[in-house]
Ligand binder design. Structure first.
Ligand code: NDP
Length: 411
């Protein structure tokens, strides 16, 4: 018997809600709350028709801590699953503390006016969650999320020491649009246009955005140009697995995507500062009013909605960890990965594979908490918990994983 409040009803939220409803024996009471209640209501209808599960819906502004506290106090969830945007992490954590709820998210906090993400803001809540006897589980999507659980599983079962960790993320799907992002465009473009960063011998090394790249071969897909990027899970992994000498994250991009991204940046549409704009008045007079807009938010409004990509998406994603280290005095290489078909994800949930690979682990994290397996007062990154029950559920819930030993890691 567990009560779960999911905040956010976008691509990832839709998948997570399907998965919560599929596991209604554990999640006996579900509320879906988001800024636009009509989206929650439409999803609730699908869940009722498909699984016979009734969920409660609500409208909430997750930037408003008081509104969140009121909602949490009325629904009394055991855990709040934050699938809104990284901007809302801290307000939701504040509200959880005040209302006495545990917390889970899939992306670390990012201030709206600065394209910068790091865990320090959320790690600063450790003592408060511990004292309140509440659990906060950070970064429980695929990457971050499963990538860190794969690493913890490798450390537990296959290595005495992990020395080299490369997280490799390939989307070999085709949505047949000239340009679209696979999750929230604003968050996605902010992430990709940042400088690269990787860890080597105790230091963080910065690169120009997408400066380092090489082809990497992905199972069932083949070679794809892969670009070194800064990714948040590396920050906690190198602390929690201190034998790591080098930690890197790679993501594939097609040439067409990069060309569009270049243009978007060169014409100023990826800017996140406010600019002045003469907006036509709604009265039809032809007059304008001077308003302030953020170019990247305006761009998001005209780009395809990632939630609408699923129907025509073919191909698959392949995300995994390539690890080199020592076991019983001998060098070992290990590759653990999942491939996820966009069409299979769409058939099951109406969303494409990138939303699917994020929403499923979010539900499994909530399940780990509700079963008491990952219930521990404090603020934790996922690799700090036992990976085994989570890995078992990945196979059950639609993200099966595969292993290769002593293989050529290419990296
Ligand atoms: P979407 O933009 O599709 O959905 C975001 C949802 O949050 C929408 O329902 C939106 O409401 C709601 N929302 C936004 N602001 C507020 C607010 N102030 N109050 C209440 N609700 C709000 O994003 P995605 O589903 O693609 O991504 C969700 C999260 O998942 C993001 O944080 C993203 O970074 C993370 N993610 C993590 C990955 C991982 O592997 N770890 C991979 C991909 C994404 P509305 O409908 O009104 O806009």
């Amino acid at each position: 018997m567990s009560r779960v409040l999911q905040i956010g009803c976008g691509g990832v939220g839709t998948v997570a809600a399907h998965k919560l409803a599929q596991n209604a024996d554990i999640f006996t009471d579900i509320m879906i709350a988001s800024r636009t209640k009509s989206k929650c209501d439409a999803l609730a209808k699908v869940l009722k028709d498909k699984y016979g599960v009734s969920v409660v819906t609500a409208s909430v502004d997750a930037d408003d801590t008081a509104a969140l506290v009121a909602l949490m106090k009325s629904f009394k969830p055991d855990i709040v699953v934050n699938l809104a945007l990284p901007y809302q992490d801290l307000t939701i954590m504040d509200a959880c503390l005040e209302a006495g709820c545990s917390y889970l998210d899939t992306a670390n906090y990012e201030p709206k006016d600065e394209a910068h993400f790091e865990y320090s803001w959320q790690w600063a809540y450790r003592e408060r969650f511990e004292k309140a006897g509440l659990t906060a589980i950070l970064g429980c999507g695929f990457d971050p999320g499963v990538s860190a659980i794969y690493t913890a599983y490798a450390a537990k079962h296959h290595f005495d020491e992990i020395h080299y960790l490369d997280i490799v993320d390939c989307n070999a799907g085709n949505h047949h649009k000239a340009f679209a992002t696979n999750f929230n465009p604003e968050i996605n473009i902010r992430e990709i246009t940042q400088k690269g960063l990787y860890y080597k011998d105790g230091k963080w090394i910065e690169t120009e955005p997408l400066e380092i790249h090489q082809p990497i071969t992905y199972p069932n897909i083949g070679p794809r140009e892969s670009y070194l990027m800064h990714h948040e899970e590396l920050e906690s992994l190198v602390i929690n697995f201190p034998t790591i000498k080098q930690g890197r994250f790679w993501m594939t991009f097609g040439q067409q995507y990069l060309t569009y991204l270049d243009v978007i940046q060169n014409i100023g549409m990826s800017r996140i500062d406010k600019i002045e704009y003469d907006a036509p008045l709604a009265d039809g007079s032809g007059k304008t009013a001077r308003v302030k807009i953020v170019p990247l938010q305006f761009l998001k409004a005209v780009l395809p909605n990632p939630q609408d990509l699923g129907e025509n998406y073919d191909g698959e994603t392949s995300i995994g960890c390539r690890i080199r280290g020592i076991k019983d005095g001998k060098e070992r290489t290990y590759y653990v990965y999942n491939n996820c078909s966009h069409q299979a994800a769409y058939q099951e949930t109406g969303m494409q594979g990138v939303s699917y690979t994020t929403g499923v682990p979010a539900m499994i994290g909530a399940m780990m908490f509700c079963k008491g397996i990952w219930k521990r007062p404090g603020v934790w990154n996922v690799e700090e918990f036992d990976p085994d029950p989570f890995m078992e559920q990945l196979n059950v819930q639609g993200l099966p994983w595969h292993e290769q030993f002593d293989c050529d890691l290419e990296l």
